[in-house]
Design a protein around this ligand. Structure first.
Ligand code: HEM
Length: 358
């Protein structure tokens, strides 16, 4: 993971500069949208040493975000009927309709060519190395081909952008809507800083030693799993018994993280954001592993889990350390747009952190 820290830090510099700009100009910001730009820029920088410049330009320059949304909506509608997807894809090919991901594929293709020719950009962190460098290494050893390089980069960008943005939007929403949570996190940040245990910018290893921060990340993933839909699995040859019911081979079974994470049989007060429940010594320990399903589980568990944990562990303390967030509608519930993902929407002002009273 440390190989990707340099890339995250480089993009965090842009995020912090933009936040300062928002604070100076007192702009009302649709934070979840800006965090989509952030997550897109970070994952493309980690993967291909090249960002989409979405934060800088403050827009979905290439239209990718919109196209990924259209594609996931299609996936959600036709996923349960795969044969319909095949039919539609053939019809689209006959009608010569453009694949919604075309521009993204073009960007990835160009980035791979550029990297093959010029290699990595000089980075302040000598240990930094993009994901693509590892893929090219595997190609040299004859372990993967051009197609796998291309699809791995595409999967990272598509699977790692909205998911991380949604989780970060939820984290900031919960932190700044809950003054006690904000205070406890700031106390932890300040104490670690005073003890010389937290650098600027926050190191990943340092952030892992901050229990309250880690509790916030885990509780955010529990309260607001980015993927709303059931994660399907096919029953193996001998069938399986689940909750007392027998399912024959090849049946599709699955569950959504939301159903597990809010199950009152597994957790007290599931609707309350309480990072403490994840901390050592909390009265409710041990928590069921089923409450930890935001990244899925088993053999198809999220491959980018640690990358997104790295991003969140580094950016949350930086923002909380330096900025206050004031909501346009404090105390109000946010708007959710639930499909494949669980996008949220809220407006807020970013302000320089005020010194604590007293
Ligand atoms: C908070 C952020 C993220 C969340 C909540 C998330 C969630 C998920 C979920 C629920 C799955 C399906 C797992 C299953 O079926 O058991 C998945 C799969 C996947 N994720 Fe993530 N993800 C996140 C970030 C990322 C990132 C940053 C990357 C890439 C760097 C990534 C790459 C993938 C890939 C490649 C798969 C497919 C794995 C497979 O089918 O074998 N994800 N993710």
């Amino acid at each position: 993971m440390v190989n990707y820290e340099g890339a995250v830090e480089k993009m965090n510099v842009v995020l912090m500069r933009k936040f300062r700009e928002f604070a100076e100009t007192r702009r009302l910001v649709q934070l979840p949208v800006f965090l989509q730009y952030y997550a897109f820029d970070v994952i493309s920088y980690i993967t291909m040493d090249r960002s989409f410049d979405m934060m800088e330009t403050e827009r979905d320059r290439t239209g990718f975000l919109h196209k990924i949304k259209v594609a996931t909506e299609h996936q959600m509608s036709f996923g349960p009927f795969p044969f319909l997807h095949v039919v539609l894809t053939r019809v689209a090919a006959l009608l010569k309709l453009k694949d919604p991901h075309n521009e993204l594929f073009q960007f990835i293709g160009e980035s791979i060519q550029r990297f093959r020719q010029v290699g990595s950009e000089p980075n302040e962190n000598p240990k930094s190395e993009p994901f693509l460098a590892k893929l090219l290494d595997l190609e040299l050893k004859g372990k993967i081909d051009e197609g796998s390089i291309f699809s791995s980069c595409g999967s990272n960008v598509i699977a790692g952008s909205d998911t991380t943005a949604i989780t970060l939007s939820a984290a900031f929403f919960y932190i700044y809507q809950n003054p006690m949570v904000l205070k406890k996190l700031r106390d932890e940040i300040d104490a670690h800083e005073r003890a010389g245990l937290l650098s600027s910018p926050a190191g990943f290893k340092e952030a892992q030693q901050m229990p309250y921060l880690q509790g916030i990340i885990r509780e955010t993933l529990r309260m607001h799993p980015a993927v709303a839909q059931m994660l399907p699995r096919e029953v193996p040859q001998d069938g399986v018994v689940l909750s007392g019911y027998h399912f024959p081979a090849k049946t599709q079974v699955g569950i959504s993280a939301w159903a597990l994470h809010y199950n009152p049989e597994l957790i007290d007060s599931p609707r309350v954001f309480r990072p403490e429940r994840w901390l050592e010594g909390d009265a409710n320990k041990p928590l069921s592993p089923a409450l930890n399903f935001a990244f899925g589980g088993g053999s198809r568990v999220c491959l980018g889990k640690n990358i997104s944990l790295l991003e969140m562990a580094k950016v949350i303390p930086e923002v909380v350390r330096h900025f206050d967030i004031r909501f346009k509608n404090p105390g109000q519930r946010w708007e959710l747009d639930v499909g494949w993902f669980t996008w949220s929407s809220y407006k807020c002002w970013i302000e320089e952190r005020r010194p604590a009273k007293g």
